[in-house]
Design a protein around this ligand. Sequence first.
Ligand SMILES: Cc1cc2nc3c(=O)[nH]c(=O)nc-3n(C[C@H](O)[C@H](O)[C@H](O)COP(=O)(O)OP(=O)(O)OC[C@H]3O[C@@H](n4cnc5c(N)ncnc54)[C@H](O)[C@@H]3O)c2cc1C
Length: 445
Amino acid sequence: MQSLTELNSQTATFDVVIVGAGPSGSACAYWLAQAGWSVCLIEKKQFPREKTCGDGLTPRSVHQLAQMGLEPALVAGGHRYNGLRAFGFGATLEMNWPDHPVFPNYGYTITRFNLDGLVADRAVSHGAVLLSGVEAVGLLEPTESTTGGLKGAAGFLVKEKETGLTAEIRGRYLVAGDGQNSRLGRELGTARNRSWPMGMALRGYYTSDRHDEPWIDSHLDIRDPKGDVVPGYGWIFPLGDGRVNVGVGLLSTGGAWKGVNTTKLQEYFVAQTSDAWGLTDETCCGPATGGRLPMGLALGPRVGANTMIIGDAAGTVNPFNGEGIAYAYETGRLAAGVLAEALLANDPSALRLYDERLESAYGDYYKVARAFVRIISEPKILAACVGVGLRVEPLMRELLSMMANLMRNDSQGPAELGYRALVRLADVIPERAYELLLGNQQSDD
Ligand SMILES: Cc1cc2nc3c(=O)[nH]c(=O)nc-3n(C[C@H](O)[C@H](O)[C@H](O)COP(=O)(O)OP(=O)(O)OC[C@H]3O[C@@H](n4cnc5c(N)ncnc54)[C@H](O)[C@@H]3O)c2cc1C
C-alpha cells in the first residue's frame, strides 16, 4: 500500500488504473499485475473495512479465490460449509453443493472485513500499487464517445482523505469497479435498464451458539406478526467466529412488492427465527446496514475508447440468487484478459471483446434469470412454486445447480436440459411480455 505522498507524483502513469478495491477491482488488478502490467488500484477506504454483505461464498467464488492462490487464506480465516438449507411454507430441505468438474462442492463464509483486503494484498504482492484512503473524484480530460460507448479519459483526479492532497493518476486504460453506486461509472456515461430487476438487501450480525453449522440457511417465506407472508426472503449464514450473518432481500421488480420496508422485513425475519438461533437484542452486534444489488447486466454501455466497467458497477449480480462476489471476480478477470490483449497488441479496439465475452459468458443465463425473477416476483406464484418445490427433492437439487450457475458443460442432466429449454423460451418471449402477463408496470425508483 502506498500513500499519495509516497507515490510522489502529480503525473504518475500506469498501464491500467482501477477504481475500487472490492472483489472486481482487486481481481482485475491481480490478474494484470501477475501478467506483468503496471497497475494502480485506488480505494477510498483503508483495509480492513466493513462492507455490507451476506459474507457467503458459493463454489464459484471459492474457485476464483483458489485460482488467485487464496484458498489457504480461506481455510485459515473462513468457515467451510456444505450447501444450502431451504425453508418455506412448512417444508425444509438440505442440499449439498453439487459435484462439478470445475467448481468445488463446498463454499465458505468469511466477513468482507477480512476477505477484501486479502485479495487487494494479493494484487500488491504481484506488483500492483494500492492507494488506499484515496478517493477518485473525477475523470481527467474526458472525451465523448462517437459510437455510443463510455467516455474515454486520460486518468482520474484523486484525493487523499486524510491529508486532502490531490493528484492526477494517469493510465492508458481505466476501469471502474466502484460498486453498486458507481459514481465513476455514471460519470463515464453508464445508465441502468430500469425495466430490469434490482435487488435490495439488509444484513446484521448476531452472536449465536449455532455459528459453526455446516449449512447456509435460506428462508423463502417471511411472516409478519399476524403470520401473513410478506414479500422478501431471509438468510442466516453461520460465520464460524461466534457470529451469524442475518439478512433479508427483496426484488424490486413487480408492483406487488413495492413499498416494502427492508428494516421491517428484517424485524419480522429476526422475530421468526429468534428462538431457533438465539437472535435477541443482547446477541445483536449492532444496527443492520443495507445496499442495492444491480443485477442481470443491467448497466451499460460497458466499454469506451480506453475505459471499462466491472462487477456491481456493471450490474453483474446473479438475479437468481443475489450472488455478486463470484461475478465481480469473474468480470474483473475477464476485463484483465481483454486489457492484456489490448496492451500487447497496442490496439485499444480490442476492448470491444469484453462486451462479446460478457455476453457469451452470461447473456443467455441472465436472460433466463431475469425472466425467472419476474415470474417468482408474483407472491402467489412464489408460494405455489416453493410449496411444491421444497417437497420434491430432486427438482430442488436441479434448481439449486441452475440458480447458483453450477450446471455442467459435460452433462445432459435435468438442470442442463431444463436450462437449455428455458433459454429457447426466453429467446422467443420478449422480456416486456412477463410484465404484461403478470399485470406489473415496473418502476423501482
Ligand atoms: C446486504 C447485501 C448482502 C449481499 N450478500 C452477498 C453474498 O452473501 N454473497 C455474494 O456473492 N454477494 C452478496 N452481495 C453482493 C456483493 O456484495 C456485491 O456484488 C460485491 O461486493 C460486488 O463487488 P464489486 O467489487 O463490484 O463492488 P464493491 O464490493 O462494492 O467494491 C467497490 C469498492 O470501490 C470503493 N470505491 C467506491 N467508489 C470509490 C471511489 N470514487 N474512489 C475509490 N474507491 C471507491 C469502495 O470503497 C469499495 O471498496 C450482497 C450485497 C448486499 C447489499
